[in-house]
Design a protein around this ligand. Structure first.
Ligand SMILES: C[S@@+](CC[C@H](N)C(=O)[O-])C[C@H]1O[C@@H](n2cnc3c(N)ncnc32)[C@H](O)[C@@H]1O
Length: 259
């Protein structure tokens, strides 16, 4: 069942460093065989070592194309309710909730716009992105056997097509941090609006921590100065109470509650 799931993050995210490590290792071997000077050998050796160790971290610690688990057991501890996934993409965060909370229903919202294509590509160029995006997400939900508890809703998280107080809980993973500051403010306000009083909001964003700095350095620039404090301030400004915060490699998570 697991083998059929395809979260669609390009191979370069999972294997790019390892490929670079293999190439650098080959150059190192060539240089050694040809008697290059110590400085060059040390330099290429350092690149090889970095690329291979970063590759192992990206593939096995970040594991973007593998399933992920809830970062906190306190999210939807009742196990049931109607949950919104803001920026569901190919369904990794949707599955995270559906598999941890077998009595929950999830509405997977995504804009299926340029940002979607930037992450997941647009394999079927003859089809609108929204059609292909819905198909890929549904494929993953079916592969996990959870499609009966999920629905897919195209839409923009900055102006969501839902009535006020529709959801018992909201999750958003690695999606809001792709927006500009105005977009972030709008999305957090919208999350507050569509959540029922007492409902929880689990926000997960990319964190520029040691793991990310070591593996990607300056390549990943999402909100590069925004730490947990930025997100907590934004949540409070939207009306939420922050009840828990924590980290995972390359991730900050915050559990908030609508009073
Ligand atoms: C990095 S992906 C994360 C997908 C998924 N949550 C996960 O954990 O794998 C970010 C997703 O956010 C979506 N997104 C970006 N801006 C959006 C917006 N304004 N409204 C709805 N979805 C948006 C993109 O289309 C993309 O699918």
């Amino acid at each position: 069942m697991h083998s059929q799931i395809n979260f669609g993050y390009g191979w370069v995210w999972s294997y790019g460093h390892l490929a670079l490590g293999v190439v650098a290792g080959a150059v190192l071997w060539l240089g050694w065989a040809r008697g290059w000077g110590k400085t060059w050998l040390l330099l290429v050796g350092a690149v090889t070592l970095w690329a291979l160790s970063a590759g192992v971290i990206v593939r096995f610690v970040f594991d973007l194309n593998g399933r992920t688990t809830l970062p906190t057991e306190h999210f939807l501890a009742s196990g049931a309710g109607k949950v919104l996934d803001m920026g569901a993409g190919t369904g990794r965060s949707t599955l995270m909730v559906l598999e941890a909370r077998p009595r929950a229903m999830v509405v997977a919202l995504d804009s299926f716009s340029d940002e979607y294509v930037r992450h997941f590509g647009n394999e079927k160029r003859d089809q609108p992105v929204a059609g292909e995006g819905r198909e890929r997400l549904l494929h993953n939900l079916k592969a996990a056997g959870v499609e009966q508890r999920a629905s897919i809703q195209p839409g923009d998280m900055r102006q969501m097509p839902f009535e006020a107080a529709t959801f018992d809980a909201i999750v958003s993973a690695y999606a809001i941090d792709h927006l500009n500051r105005a977009g972030i403010r709008q999305s957090l306000g919208e999350a507050f609006r569509v959540l029922k009083p007492g409902g929880q909001f689990l926000l997960m964003v990319v964190a520029k921590d040691r793991w990310l700095t070591f593996t990607f350095g300056p390549m990943l620039m999402h909100m590069r100065k925004a730490g947990s404090g930025f997100w907590q301030d934004g949540l409070r400004a939207a009306g939420f109470e922050v009840v828990e915060d924590g980290t995972r490699p390359a991730t900050v998570f915050i559990l908030a509650r609508k009073p």
